[in-house]
Design a protein around this ligand. Structure first.
Ligand code: F6P
Length: 365
């Protein structure tokens, strides 16, 4: 491998910049040529100025910055075969032999499809492209994905880049809300992000000392609101008049309909006659500088991505790098995509059981 391109895709996550920086600097150190793709797959399809060479100084000063300096997007054009053919053409023009994609499951799935279709698109392009482009056209595309998502919903890694920073935002927000809740003897409903995954809600509840948590992975029975109300009532009775209830945005009723924060407010206010307020944390969870953990995770994975590419053989790589038990591991993207979608696979069962044991009155003591 002599030429590598790097991009960020899907929702931004704190630490993505650290990942790009590590890929660029490790690659340059190893004598490779590096391109940065701006605005995710949208930029890959557009080509032109959206795909630019990156030098050492281009990634200077970005380590502590949140978001992604390369920009990101959710691209409709890349979902079409025509769009992906254009993407292949844009990579071929620059002689790119390997692509590093930092993003969530949708983005990694996109990378996998691109790698799979590579040979077909190249064969077609060979019929139309100039001799110059044909001469630069690699036989295969190596793809390495890095898990970049605050949701922490990817199989093949204990943590994804951005999740730790988001979790810290949540715990700090709960701490901050606790002082106003205590002053007014109020109960707060705090909604976290996480899409279909309850990781942020569950860990936020544990770290913030909440009295109840609702996550998508738990199949609720029809009496769930009674149980929740009883837990809050008991916690209040043993001497703490202010309570926190954390709800994941993906939490569902037994019939599959989403649980709304206003609905929780109504249940608790009407059943217990208490003062309830709702705080939806929203995009603040994705913002700001990455935590030390996310910077280091992204840096380790970025360096490992280049090293893996340098060891690549004839067989095209199509893997995601993750951190498992503090070691960098490579998992085939097909496995990552398939297993990440399995319901309930996202939350470490040990942590989940721990939270179950701790909640209710034991949380509030
Ligand atoms: O996947 C990251 C995430 O922040 C989810 O937690 C959330 O559901 C979604 O993205 C929000 O997407 P958008 O920024 O497009 O509103």
């Amino acid at each position: 491998v002599r030429t590598v391109a790097v991009m960020t895709s899907g929702g931004d996550a704190p630490g993505m910049n650290a990942g790009v920086r590590a890929v660029v600097r490790r690659a340059l150190d190893c004598g490779l040529e590096v391109y940065g793709i701006h605005n995710g797959y949208e930029g890959l399809v557009s080509g032109g100025d959206a795909i630019r060479p990156l030098g050492w100084n281009d990634v200077g000063g970005i380590l502590p910055r949140g978001g992604t300096f390369l920009g990101t997007a959710r691209s409709e054009r890349f979902r079409t075969v025509e769009g992906r053919r254009k993407a292949v053409e844009n990579l071929c023009r620059r002689g790119v032999q390997a692509l590093v994609v930092i993003g969530g499951d949708g983005s990694l799935m996109g990378a996998r499809v691109l790698a799979e279709e590579w040979v077909t698109h190249c064969a077609e392009l060979r019929r139309q492209a100039s001799e110059d482009v044909c001469a630069r056209m690699p036989d295969r595309l190596h793809v390495v994905g890095l898990p970049g998502s605050i949701d922490n919903d990817l199989y093949g890694t204990d943590m994804s880049i951005g999740a730790d920073t988001a979790l810290n935002h949540i715990v700090h927000a709960i701490d901050d809300l606790t002082s106003t809740a205590a002053s007014h003897q109020r109960t707060f409903i705090v909604e976290t992000m996480g899409r279909h995954c309850g990781y942020l809600a569950l860990m936020g509840a544990l770290g913030g000392g909440a009295s109840w948590v609702l996550v998508p992975e738990e199949e609720l029975d029809l009496r769930w609101h009674q149980k929740m109300s009883r837990a809050i009532e008991r916690a209040r009775a043993i001497g703490r008049p202010h309570q926190m209830v954390v709800v994941a945005e993906g939490a569902r009723h037994p019939d599959g309909l989403p649980i709304r924060t206003e609905e929780l407010k109504k249940i608790l206010a009407e059943r217990l006659g208490i003062d309830v307020r709702v705080t939806v944390l929203g995009h603040v969870q994705r913002g700001g500088p990455p935590s030390a953990f996310d910077r280091i995770l992204a840096t380790r994975l970025g360096v490992a991505a280049v090293d893996l590419l340098l060891s690549a053989s004839e067989e095209p790589l199509c893997h995601m790098l993750g951190l498992q038990k503090n070691r960098v591991t490579a998992t085939p993207l097909s496995e990552v995509v398939e297993k990440s979608r399995a319901v309930g696979s996202h939350i470490d069962q040990g942590n989940y059981r721990e939270a179950q044991k701790l909640r209710g009155e034991s949380f509030a003591r």
